[in-house]
Design a protein around this ligand. Structure first.
Ligand code: KIV
Ligand code: ZN
Length: 518
């Protein structure tokens, strides 16, 4: 790992795959997690929290696979202060070049009384035992005081001193409920570091939630108070309103190095790619005006701003688009583009595909170029996403036709492949989208309910591809998926089927209802 003793170096701990992934609807499959971890490692993240190994076999497998493959970053596995959790986390990070167990326990009076039902003394006993257990398994142990910001300072200091005494090398003081203000958060770090006698033996860390929109400000204030690790996520995804956004923290430190003299090891030109990858893997769209990575973050619309920009970019631009890896959308590909040009375009976009995947995506690109006048980078990215997301799907859309208009009723006729058999169905609906979804429900009966249906255009123009997001909920599990096509109804069918495929890969049983009609 990069030096953490340099006082100006702030270590970036990314928890996209743990705190980010645990928020409703953001579930990623193993391939998606591996792709995200690889990119985080390449861009210079110091510690990747890859999951919560005791939570499920899938989480365990993801953490251990990431631990085996990652070349540079430390891989952390989360564990409650429970011996079985810690053992499982230790097992998951065993093959990492650098493995960390991150164990946590609540310390605030409200959590102790209502969630843990334990006394302060009992919790200190738990800290002593569990940190020692973790330290027996790995050298690198992080201990977190959950709900630290609502914990009395005396008791917090006692817990921190105990954790460091038992060998914790990083102490994380989270604002679990997103309640602190920057001044309070900075002062908490100052006080703890001043009052705990062995504080110099550990690195202090921030972990801020964004419930009142202060996560990034609080993280930076924590650094001012002496923290040298920031826990954050790509696009700020995470529990409830999310965590501090990695791209915002990194660019704030870079852009305002004059007042915050701290470095991170992040290659900021990879931020845009990381944002897109996580958005596509989780199916969480990035808000247009999101700082650093939003579609409008570098767009200057008003006349006065455009005038200033033309005269000198610094008039309205405090960072260059290139510094976050934003290249201008280019119109480069069309129906006459060959395979070599297509391959080099993929490389330029940072997308790497196997030969089989390339063949498939190239065919789809040709098909799209026949139907759409201009093929933009975003179109190609959408094709690649779809290829990666649907590679292992059991159910695939074969064809769809819909009768719609003012005269009603709206009627859809659909053909699908499921487990290598073909099924067809016709259904009416209250509108064409409803008819399409009714077709799917008739062919593949399931209990999942539609929680979200959203359409947006991948690029501009009336021939733009529509990108549809669908979220389905089955029991406790929610899955979001996307589909893209110049035809909104085809994109809707693809998105719904993709969400069903994702659910079927986890819990929901799907039965094809009708006889095959090839
Ligand atoms: O928000 C929080 O307190 C957490 C801990 C597990 C670190 O995510
Ligand atoms: Zn958290």
């Amino acid at each position: 790992m990069t030096s953490t003793t340099d006082k100006d170096r702030v270590v970036i701990f990314d928890t996209t795959l743990r705190d980010g992934e645990q928020c409703p609807g953001a579930t990623m499959n193993l391939d998606e997690k591996l792709a995200v971890a690889e990119l985080l490692d390449t861009m210079g993240v110091d510690i990747i929290e890859a999951g919560f190994p005791i939570a499920s076999n899938g989480d365990f497998e993801a953490v251990s696979e990431i631990a085996k493959r990652t070349k540079r970053a430390t891989i952390a596995g989360l564990a409650r202060a429970i011996p079985a959790d810690i053992a499982r986390a230790g097992e998951a990070v065993r093959h990492a070049q650098r493995g960390r167990i991150h164990t946590f326990v609540s310390t605030s009076p409200i959590h102790l009384a209502h969630q843990m039902r334990k006394t302060e003394d009992e919790v200190v006993e738990i800290i002593l035992k569990t940190v020692a257990q973790a330290r027996d398994l790995v050298e690198d142990v992080e201990w977190s005081a959950m709900d630290a910001t609502r914990t009395g300072i005396d008791y917090l200091c006692r817990c921190v001193e105990s954790a460091i005494r038992m060998g914790a090398t990083t102490i994380n003081l989270p604002d679990t409920v997103g309640y602190a203000t920057p001044e309070e958060y900075r002062d908490m770090f100052r006080q703890v570091r001043e009052r705990v006698p062995n504080a110099d033996k550990a690195i202090f860390s921030t972990h801020c939630h964004n419930d009142i929109g202060l996560a990034v400000a609080n993280s930076l204030a924590g650094v001012e108070g002496g923290a040298r690790q920031i826990e954050c996520t790509i696009n700020g995804i995470g529990e409830r309103a999310g965590n501090a956004a990695l791209e915002e923290v990194v660019m704030a430190l870079r852009t305002r190095g004059d007042v915050m003299p701290y470095d991170t090891g992040i290659d900021s030109t990879m931020l845009t790619r990381a944002s897109k990858l996580v958005s596509h893997a989780t199916n969480f769209p990035v808000q247009y005006n999101k700082a650093i990575v939003g579609r409008n973050a570098f767009a200057h619309e008003s006349g006065i701003h455009q005038d200033g920009m033309l005269k000198h970019a610094n008039t309205y631009e405090i960072m260059t688009p290139a510094s976050v890896g934003l290249t201008k959308t280019s119109l480069v590909m069309g129906k006459h583009s060959g395979r070599a040009a297509f391959r080099s375009k993929l490389t330029e976009l940072g997308l790497s595909l196997s030969d089989n995947q390339l063949q498939d995506v190239f065919e789809r690109f040709k098909d799209l170029a026949d139907r759409k006048k201009h093929v933009y980078d975003e179109d190609i990215e959408a094709l690649v996403d779809e290829n990666l997301a649907t590679a292992h799907d059991r159910i695939k859309l074969v064809s769809l036709s819909v009768i719609a208009g003012t005269r009603g009723p709206q009627r859809a006729t659909m053909k699908i492949d499921m487990d290598s058999r073909t099924f067809t169905e016709e259904a009416d609906g209250n509108g064409p989208v409803d008819a399409v979804f009714n077709c799917i429900k008739a062919m593949v009966p399931h209990d999942a309910v539609l929680e979200l249906y959203q359409v947006h255009a991948v690029t501009e123009g009336t021939d733009a591809q529509a990108e549809v997001s669908v979220r389905l909920k089955a029991g406790e599990r929610s899955m979001t998926a996307r589909g893209a096509d110049p035809d909104t109804l085809v994109a809707s069918a693809k998105a719904y089927l993709s969400a069903l495929n994702k659910l079927s890969a986890t819990s929901v049983r799907l039965h094809a209802q009708h006889a095959a009609t090839v």
